[in-house]
Ligand binder design. Structure first.
Ligand SMILES: Cc1cc2nc3c(=O)[nH]c(=O)nc-3n(C[C@H](O)[C@H](O)[C@H](O)COP(=O)(O)OP(=O)(O)OC[C@H]3O[C@@H](n4cnc5c(N)ncnc54)[C@H](O)[C@@H]3O)c2cc1C
Length: 373
């Protein structure tokens, strides 16, 4: 019998997109999301490249544009706040002329959820606890909901995927720390520079203030080796790590560190890549960051949308052969993901040069490039 019921773990970017396309192809998707509801803010992410035709076909581009940020330039400032280099952020377009958008991750997730929710079951505030598959299906137990059996299970539950841990193995086998950490927090409104991302570098450290629609977002992105007792859920530990990393930095950093101590909305994680030899095991497959996180430098949200579309298309094309469908999805989507994973070092080198000389060379290159345009 063709697989019909699909459990998707994770209601972020990839999960609702997959749910939307699966229901259009006649499947019955259920999405389980650990958080209680969808948060409305978050880091600015892009919908561009291969995600644009998917978003166009879903009819969500007008909504995405409504909530898009308006940043058009990156301005590098020195310790006293003077602009010392400027880099335009030109928007790319799809084949049909649709312009890429940048928007808070939470707004993207909410828009995708709105598109998917009428044709899927969503279980919030819950998580998969065990998975046991046999030839004909997967038995799933949840933290809160009653146990159920599904034809297929897809892990779209992000960098620290539970499905990956349960079905493929422990996180350290697949997650590679890229020598960089990132912390972000909302600053509240109003926004002083609605079109400028402000960036301040010291060797190995970057602080940026990124305008969103009605508030700004501060980001601390810095180099550091893997921390042995790092716990991605321990906010007090994160505040201490950031404070120590930026102890002597200038510009607005002392004020931002004070706000960091008080914030209740801190995102912190190691910048990591996920690499697995295969994205499917029997009736269980991985998608988005869970399968192939490219780190924050590499179009992860656009790849999550494109991957979800590719997976749904493959399952619809090979309804009687889920293993063949998973192979087809993986072969197609790896052609987009693999080059991105290889280019991460270059992006990190430009954003967070390791030395003063590196910062000066980057700023000079930006000025020369600008003068020739
Ligand atoms: C600071 C930062 C900046 C970024 N900037 C960009 C950018 O500019 N451009 C870009 O394209 N990408 C960017 N990204 C990457 C982008 O956010 C991710 O690649 C993208 O969101 C991946 O989508 P996903 O659906 O796979 O995972 P996520 O969006 O992380 O969604 C995973 C979902 O699973 C849920 N979940 C986790 N565990 C469980 C569980 N056990 N059970 C149920 N649910 C669970 C989570 O709550 C979450 O809702 C950035 C990321 C960060 C951290």
């Amino acid at each position: 019998m063709s697989p019909r019921s699909v459990l998707i773990s994770g209601g972020g970017v990839a999960g609702p997109t997959l749910s939307y396309w699966l229901s259009r192809h006649g499947f019955q998707p259920t999405v389980v999301e650990r958080s209680q509801g969808l948060r409305s803010s978050g880091n600015p992410v892009d919908v561009r490249g291969p995600a644009l035709p998917v978003a166009e076909e879903m009819g969500i581009m007008p909504r995405l544009r409504d909530v898009a940020t308006q940043a058009t330039t990156m301005s590098v400032v020195n310790a006293s706040g003077r602009q010392i280099a400027r880099v335009p952020m030109p928007a790319t377009r799809s084949a049909t002329g649709t312009r890429e958008v940048e928007l808070p991750r939470g707004d993207l997730a909410a828009t995708l959820y709105e598109a998917a929710r009428d044709d899927a079951e969503f279980l919030f505030d819950d998580t998969i606890v065990t998975l046991r598959q046999d030839e004909h299906g997967v038995d799933v137990t949840f933290d809160r909901a009653a146990p159920r059996r599904f034809d297929l299970v897809v892990g779209a539950d992000g960098l620290h995927s539970t499905v990956r841990r349960l079905a493929f193995g422990p996180e350290p086998d697949f997650v590679r720390h890229m020598g960089v950490y990132v912390a972000t927090m909302p600053l509240g409104g109003p926004v002083d520079h609605p079109h400028d991302v402000l960036m301040y570098n010291t060797p190995g450290r970057l602080v940026s203030i990124h305008p969103s629609r009605d508030h700004a977002l501060a980001a601390f992105i810095f180099r550091g080796p893997a921390i042995s007792d790092f716990d991605y859920r321990d906010t007090e530990q994160h505040k201490q790590i950031v404070t120590e990393a930026y102890a002597s930095a200038g510009w607005r950093v002392p004020e931002l560190l004070e706000r960091l101590q008080k914030t209740e909305d801190l995102y912190f994680d190691s910048v990591s890549q996920v690499r697995l030899p295969t994205w499917a095991k029997g009736r269980i497959a991985l998608l988005g960051d869970a399968a192939s996180c490219v780190s924050l430098f590499g179009d992860g949200s656009s790849l999550a949308i494109a991957g979800a579309h590719a997976l749904a298309k493959a399952l619809a094309a090979e309804t009687a052969d889920h293993a063949g469908a998973f192979r087809r999805y993986e072969t197609e989507h790896r052609t987009l993901v693999d080059p991105k994973q290889r280019n991460i070092g270059r992006a990190a080198g430009l954003l967070i040069p390791k030395t003063r000389l590196g910062i000066a060379a980057r700023n000079l290159a930006a000025r020369v490039w600008l003068s020739r345009r």
